[in-house]
Design a protein around this ligand. Structure first.
Ligand SMILES: *Cc1c(COP(=O)(O)O)cnc(C)c1O
Length: 393
């Protein structure tokens, strides 16, 4: 089974480009809102770093999600897309002064603070402005995630967050500073997590930490468990929408929220991953020794995940129904790692065929680079291409 694509309109566009199926995005957002809405204290934010295309952000904004940002540029992108400042959270191990000032001036909801020196700088910059910044502490819970080593973030060896041993000290310090207001704890253990057991381990750790803090008389209104829910890269047509019901139910069952607490989520990949595809054209079919190569006009400058994380993306030849053959599918970049897949089965490929790389909506377009002086890929949406057919008619 192949995905459904407006191939006629594709023929008019310069490849490679990203294509976003907004119907699927809206359906995914509706599912998130319905499933999180079963619990009255769950608040969902979209992790902007997964995809900051303004057309995609606009649709996510309409659904009512908040925004999770990891840079000043992302805060600006979220504000431009219409996310209200008081629904923006700001994480990151290395927040620059201008980024902190931006967050203070815009009065964002919360800084997720990752170190003591950062807390002190936020306090100073807030004091200069006569403001009080709301802060949560990102705690490194030393919980592993069953995912690629480059995308685990919650182990003691990772650079992220404040260690559990330092937690009490940091909270005490925050309570002694006049321009920060401690409102909660933040966690994020990694990405592309499909085993609910990893999230359950996080819940148990948070329960322990909350018990300890409660014993010291410390209560907080917010707990933020980050994102990390994975998508089905092997079968995007069979599983276009992640299992949000089980995901939220897992937290509801295993995390003991205190009265009045709100539980925040920061989902990136699970929101946008499946709605995007990278569409590229076959430049050449080359016979190698014991194999054949399909050489695309897209490379790792357009989609770096296979080169960076050995990630798998399903591929479909949109122009052919001919019997399948096996190819190494590669890009044009002058690097041996510029390979999208080895021994990939595709309907027999010819020069000029369009090939879709599926599940590329998250960490795709946003990670594109200009290496080899290549132009950045454009992102088109199904809504725009619909309008352009109407204009032609
Ligand atoms: C990257 C990131 C997320 C989103 O991760 P996904 O795996 O895309 O859901 C959420 N929170 C923080 C702090 C992050 O850095």
């Amino acid at each position: 089974m192949k995905g459904t694509f407006p191939i006629q309109q594709f023929a008019e566009l310069q490849t490679p480009f990203y294509y976003y199926d907004l119907e699927l995005l809206r359906h995914t957002l509706h599912t998130i809102c319905t499933e999180a809405g079963r619990y009255d204290r769950f608040a969902v934010h979209y992790a902007v770093k997964a995809n900051a295309n303004p057309k995609v952000l606009a649709v996510i904004r309409e659904s009512g999600l908040g925004a999770d940002c990891v840079s000043g540029g992302e805060i600006q992108a979220a504000l431009r897309a219409g996310f209200p400042a008081d629904r923006i959270v700001f994480a990151g191990v290395g927040k620059a002064d201008w980024e902190i000032k931006l967050g203070l001036d815009e009065e964002i909801f919360c800084f997720n603070v990752e170190s003591i020196p950062e807390l002190e700088v936020i306090d100073q910059l807030a004091a200069q402005r006569g403001k009080v910044a709301q802060v949560a502490f990102r705690i490194n819970p030393n919980v592993g995630a069953h995912t690629h080593a480059n995308i685990t973030t919650g182990l003691a060896e990772n650079k992220f967050g404040i260690s559990m041993e330092d937690m009490d000290r940091v909270i005490d310090l925050a309570q002694s500073l006049r321009h920060v207001h401690f409102i909660g704890l933040h966690f994020h253990i990694g990405s592309q997590i499909l085993e609910m057991g990893d999230f359950i381990a996080l819940c148990h750790r948070i329960n322990e930490l909350q018990d300890k803090l409660e014993a010291r008389g410390i209560l907080m209104p917010h707990i933020n468990v980050g994102g990390g829910l994975g998508i089905d890269y092997q079968d995007p047509n069979g599983h276009p929408v992640p299992d949000f019901r089980t995901y939220f139910a897992t937290y509801d069952t295993h995390l003991r929220l205190r009265p009045g607490q709100t539980l925040h989520f920061e989902l990136g990949r699970a929101v946008v991953g499946q709605c995007g595809s990278l569409i590229s054209k076959v430049l050449y079919v080359k016979q190698g020794t014991n194999k054949q190569f399909a050489i695309l006009d897209a490379g790792f400058t357009d989609l770096i995940r296979p080169a960076l994380y050995q990630a798998h993306h399903e591929m479909e030849n949109l122009s052919s129904e001919a019997d399948a053959q096996v190819y190494d599918v590669v890009g044009p970049i002058c690097e041996s790692s510029d390979v999208f897949g080895k021994a990939v089965s595709l309907n027999a490929v010819h020069r000029g065929d369009l090939v879709a790389l599926r599940s590329a909506g998250a960490y795709g377009e946003i990670m594109a680079s200009g290496y080899n002086c290549r132009p950045l890929p454009v992102g088109y949406t199904s809504d725009e291409l619909q309008v352009s057919i109407k204009n032609i008619k």
